[in-house]
Design a binder for this molecule. Structure first.
Ligand SMILES: CC(C)(O)[C@@H](O)C(=O)O
Length: 600
């Protein structure tokens, strides 16, 4: 429940910097430098909460860039509520652009944000989010430092259109790549049609990783109800920015902190909601990471146990037909939660940033359009959550079942009394460069029964864990009408992809995982009903391969290119454990447990 205790101005954390007669020199050094651009002594010392605004927008991060304008409304709200805003930058994270992958920077941004929140005179913080990893980086830091914190998402772009057809971000690119390969369109048309998907400011308008993670922030209770998927250009987005600014000041006085909100129940709600949303395959990585930083042990077995039985309710690409504008108008995240609550699938008592429970926030929030947000009893797909697959090559790999075709589902998943499983020979690629160089090589003999395997693409191998597992078939097969093949890998894939790949295999090849032992031509058996993927060779042959690999010095992958790549590789955990930095996960509630030392 919300903390009934209210703090006094003397208890504000920022007092230690701004009004500390025991350390006059240190205080003066701090105060005088903020005055140098016009902040007044009164603002700093009259007992107003100092509120940080973590600015994730920049020219390098187009999906978050409109936060540069949006924070003006946040600041208005903070001022109206009696606080003083201080905006500061977050390390840029942009999935579409950053090489070798933006996921490399999630932990870097997390570390930077922890240091800022811990070491500066902030009583609370507004965390602006948008593109995929900005949300988990912010929430991980909020959990570690544990000062009052609230998430403000930037919202998705408006719907993309080509004539009367919806064009969804990311999803259209995976489709158009095939049209390009088949020779149906040329490169200029490919680019022109792809850009139809991005008609305005905002992040992906599909239920890709950005919309998923911002929805997760709302489900976790860390952003205002109904705010996650308001399209970026809508007036309600700026209104939510103002309300967020107002609310964070009250949260400071109420001493309402992230660790009061980020409980086991909240994370279980996130799993259930992610399934109903047809959410991104990146969500388990990030949610498990936030949970670890909040001190909650969450794993991919939890995702299958709690999430797989949940039906798909959001008819939004890539699992469905609509985009986030319609999703918002149909009621957005609260309407999904309303259905889940009615079905008894939510921990309704979980606390949220507005001081009320999740369940309380849902009164009157039913779906406004059951074509877009379905009733629980009439879902788009039954049992639509993730499967956590295991076998003799890995301990955990995820499959997003909301995107499996009905035909494949009927054959390989729905009828447990039928032992049919999928079998195929593998063609193995070592990293995305290898895939692009060789996929069209006829000598690989790729046919309709081939399973494409991507390894060396995990948090250590790539590094950062690249979105490269949704591989398209060779051009020659696409021209014959074979537009997709089963894919498996130790990397990730875009949340906007409708490919039911077997992803995030952990441990990865680069850290001794079994995928390193695979050879092209091997046969794999994928038994979804038993949750197993098995390499069909004798255990003794597998062992012999393991020994040979060890003698050769283990699985080889390209070396470090930057200092951070080397540092992250030395301490990063596998994807199923959230790809967190192992030494960082023991730090919790550091603002209170370890108040920062004096600097002078
Ligand atoms: C579309 C992107 C870049 O792949 C990502 O935003 C995601 O949804 O995973």
């Amino acid at each position: 429940m919300a903390n009934p205790h209210r703090i006094t101005p003397e208890q504000l954390r920022s007092r230690y910097w701004f009004d500390n007669p025991d350390h006059p020199g240190t205080t003066a050094l701090c105060v005088e430098r903020y005055l140098n651009y016009g902040i007044t002594l009164d603002e700093l010392t009259s007992g107003k909460p100092i509120i940080g605004i973590c600015q994730s927008g920049s020219d390098l991060t187009p999906c978050n860039r409109h936060h540069i304008d949006l924070v003006k409304r946040v600041k208005d709200g903070i001022r109206a509520s009696g606080g003083v805003p201080f905006e500061f930058p977050m390390h840029p994270i942009h999935e579409n652009v950053r090489r070798p992958t933006a996921a490399l920077d999630r932990n870097l941004a997390y570390l930077g944000l922890v240091e800022v929140l811990h070491g500066y005179p902030l009583d609370g913080v507004v965390l602006t989010t948008g593109c995929d990893k900005t949300t988990p980086a912010a929430l991980m830091a909020a959990a570690t430092v544990n000062i009052p914190s609230i998430v403000l998402s930037g919202g998705p772009m408006l719907n993309g259109w080509r004539g009367a057809e919806r064009v969804g971000s990311g999803t259209i690119i995976w489709e158009l790549r095939k049209r390009l390969a088949a020779g149906d369109i040329d490169y200029a048309e490919f680019l022109s049609r792809a850009s139809d998907s991005a008609p305005s400011i905002g992040h992906c308008n599909t239920m890709g990783t950005a919309s998923t993670m911002n929805s997760m922030a709302e489900v976790l209770g860390m952003s205002l109800p109904g705010s996650a998927v308001i399209p970026a250009p809508y007036k309600e987005r700026a209104m939510a920015a103002y309300d967020t600014g107002v609310r964070i000041v009250d949260m400071v006085w109420e001493d309402l902190r992230p660790l009061d909100i980020l409980t086991r129940e909240a994370f279980e709600n996130a799993i259930v909601a992610c399934s109903a949303l047809g959410g991104s395959s990146n969500a388990p990585v990030h949610i498990n990471a936030i949970a670890r930083h909040a001190g909650v042990e969450l794993n991919n077995d939890d995702w299958q146990r709690l999430g797989h039985e949940i039906p798909l309710l959001a008819n939004v690409m890539p699992a469905g037909a609509f985009l986030c504008e319609e999703f918002h108008r149909a009621g957005g995240v609260p309407a999904i939660l309303h259905e889940l609550q009615g079905a008894g699938k939510l921990h309704s008592d979980a606390l949220t940033v507005n001081g009320r429970s999740l369940g309380n926030n849902l009164q009157g929030r039913e779906t406004q359009d059951s074509n877009v947000i379905c009733r629980y009893a009439e879902p788009l797909v039954a049992h639509a959550g993730f499967l956590n697959l295991k076998g003799n090559l890995f301990e955990s790999a995820l499959m997003k079942t909301s995107v499996i075709s009905q035909n494949f589902r009927d054959r390989f998943l729905n009828d447990p009394s039928d032992p049919e499983a999928f079998e195929g020979k593998v063609v193995v690629f070592d990293g995305s460069e290898d895939y692009h160089a060789r996929i069209d090589d006829p000598a690989l003999n790729i046919d309709a029964r081939t399973i494409l395997v991507m390894r060396g693409a995990g948090p250590v191998g790539h590094p950062g864990g690249a979105e490269v597992v949704n591989m398209q078939p060779p051009e020659a097969l696409i021209k014959q009408g074979i537009e997709s093949l089963p894919c498996l890998g130790d990397g990730r894939q875009s949340g906007t992809s409708g490919s039911p790949s077997i992803l995030n295999a952990s441990p990865e090849a680069a850290t001794g995982g079994g995928l390193a032992l695979l050879e092209s031509g091997d046969r794999l058996r994928v038994d979804l009903k038993r949750g197993e993927v098995q390499l069909l060779i004798d255990a003794s042959e597998l062992e012999a391969r393991r020994e040979r690999l060890a003698q050769q010095g283990g699985y080889r992958y390209p070396g470090h290119q930057t200092p951070w790549q080397e540092i992250q590789r030395s301490m990063v955990e596998p994807l199923d454990r959230g790809m967190t930095l192992e030494p960082a996960t023991k730090y919790r509630d550091v603002a209170r447990q370890h108040p920062p030392r004096d600097n002078h």
